[in-house]
Design a protein around this ligand. Structure first.
Ligand code: SAH
Length: 403
């Protein structure tokens, strides 16, 4: 079933970018069903790629392959095998049992995310195309990893754009006959390990697929810088940075988040790791307000971590998001002691690394201080970025030392 493009709209495909926007399309075969496989044809009539069709999304087609080859179970098996082999090459399992096994477009399967949490895989299907092949993906994942348990967390907002409803639950289980609510609870309360530290992950209710796997290396790096520091961990979630800080000799750690559930899990994680609980305090609240309160009370810290949620999912939100990033970074610079360290992050697709650095620089300027970048950070290598899909690089971080 063909989709024919408008004249001159094949350029991005020739550069191997995998998305085709609605405006690039001249005609679609009327019989094309959501998620079905379609051929992308240039206005001059030659084959460009084979893709999945998303009739309701502005991203109307996503490429499976630029070659004229069958798109079937064996095709996806090859892609999934490559993703597994890459993680083996990265030796990610040498310091964790929780990592991203498949990262959508960058691993050649647009719309599919698979995270491994010990002996459970969490699958997230984001597009009509990945939905179409979901059961096939689940079968291949069991066959190729030997892991029998797959939990589905297809509840990201972007599904709406694809005309898909949220869907969560057990997709595969080693003993399907005994599948019941208890099973859900059991596979949903997993303890993972990261650089020798333990974290309880709630894959049923937690954010994303349960844990911010993309920050693993950055939590470890920040841990190396916190000895004897008074640390303020803003947007702490279940305590990733806090536990690393406590385990690495921080003098004190104050964790802030607006989610009571996340903070409850943080307390469990402190107990799990037998880190000095008396050096830790948690505050439930809004970081924007709390930082102001701390400024007015002249509080100060040696290390501040800012890991906020996505303020700008796309470039259209960039302006408002920039103000929010600047606000918290400015306040953080004010609360930092001289010589103190700021670890600041943005996971917004709509703000690129250069813009983020500019925002942090102008925050320092307005705070009346200078700072030096000692490290540029990004997502862990288990979240690879295809050279042809720069959108895959969404997480950026800076570690800055205040003058
Ligand atoms: N650093 C964490 C991940 C942070 S995710 C880790 O390594 O695991 C962002 C967190 O910000 C979420 O836990 C969310 O509950 C929290 N959050 C969002 N808006 C907030 C606000 N205005 N004030 C405080 N916390 C907020």
């Amino acid at each position: 079933m063909p989709i024919t493009l408008n004249p001159n709209r094949e350029k991005s495909l020739l550069r191997r970018h995998p998305w085709v926007f609605a405006s690039a399309i001249r005609s679609v075969d009327a019989s094309s069903a959501p998620g079905s496989t379609v051929d992308l044809i240039s206005s001059e009539g030659y084959f460009l790629a084979r893709a999945s069709y998303s009739p309701t999304s502005q991203i109307r087609a996503r490429v499976w392959t630029f070659i004229d080859e069958p798109v079937d179970k064996e095709f996806f098996r090859r892609k999934i095998r490559l993703a597994i082999e890459l993680r083996q090459k990265l030796k990610v399992e040498s310091h964790t049992n929780a990592y991203r096994l498949l990262h959508g477009e960058s691993d050649g399967i647009p719309g599919l995310i698979v995270d491994r949490y010990d002996n459970v895989l969490v699958l997230q299907s984001l597009t009509a195309g990945s939905e179409f092949w979901k059961e096939t993906f689940a079968d291949i994942l069991v066959e190729e990893t030997g892991i029998q348990n797959i939990y589905e967390r297809s509840d990201a907002d972007v599904r709406e754009l694809e005309g898909l409803k949220p869907q969560c639950g057990v997709l595969r289980y080693s003993n399907t006959r005994s599948l019941n609510m208890q099973t859900e609870d059991r596979i949903s309360n997993i303890v993972i390990e990261e650089y020798g530290l333990k974290f309880k992950v709630d894959i049923q209710h937690g954010h994303k697929t349960g844990f911010y796997l993309d920050q693993r290396e950055n939590r470890h790096r920040v841990g190396e810088l916190v000895k004897d520091c008074d640390v303020l961990n803003c947007f702490c979630y279940t305590g990733g940075f806090s536990i690393h800080a406590l385990a690495n000799g921080a003098k004190s750690v104050l964790s802030v988040d607006s989610s009571a559930d996340a903070l409850a899990l943080l307390e469990e994680n402190i107990a799990l790791n037998r880190v000095p609980a008396d050096r830790h305090a948690a505050l439930e609240g809004d970081v924007f307000q709390l930082l102001r309160k701390f400024r007015d009370a002249n509080r100060s810290f040696d290390m501040i971590i800012l890991d906020p949620p996505k303020f700008a999912p796309t470039a259209s939100h960039a302006e408002k998001a920039s103000r929010a990033y600047k606000d918290i970074n400015l306040l953080a610079f004010k609360l930092l002691r001289s010589g103190g360290t700021l670890a600041t992050f943005s996971c917004s697709g709509g703000i690129d690394a250069a813009l983020f650095q500019k925002i942090v620089a102008s925050a320092a300027l307005d705070a009346g201080t200078d700072a030096t970048i000692i490290e540029h950070l990004s997502q862990g290598s288990d979240h690879p970025v295809s050279l042809h899909f720069p959108e895959g690089a969404y997480l950026k971080g800076l570690i800055c030392v205040k003058e």
